[in-house]
Design a protein around this ligand. Sequence first.
Ligand SMILES: [Zn+2]
Length: 178
Amino acid sequence: MTNLNEQITDAFIACVTKASELWISVRNYKFTLDICEFPAKHAQAAGLANRMDMTIKINIAHARANIDHIVNDTIPHEVAHLVQQILRPNAKQAHGPEWRAICVALGGNGKRCYAEEDFPGMKIGVKRRSRHTYNVAGEVMELGPKHHNAIQRGTLRIISRKTKMVITKDMYVSSRIQ
Ligand SMILES: [Zn+2]
């Protein structure tokens, strides 16, 4: 465990040092590293960047699964978010061309997301969603789980745009997992 923390900290320091060598204005900022277990809401994220307090958080659960990916890709990815905030505070996209260029310059892969196989053995990756088919007067519609459950409970009124009919629970046909 200590070893993982050390590896993450070393990689973070090396990455921030590289950033301050590449872009002088980065030297005016203090970046903070927080290694922790992410709450359920963010459990799928390997790292997070907070541009308000210039902190990056690294998910120790992901580090246990693949420390190399954290060191080589997640840290440059998150540090690039902070550097973009300094160099291009008005950039429109979080993962746009400005961010990608910074990430790659820091040695990262410039990818927005990681692949499921990057962290073997972890139950992460794409959330599987159920889709529910309704037949509204001949028009086949697919609804997500929230709307489907509410219609089945009778707590939601949705009007089909095409047929102008209220979708009722008896119009339900079948479900599938996406
Ligand atoms: Zn990102």
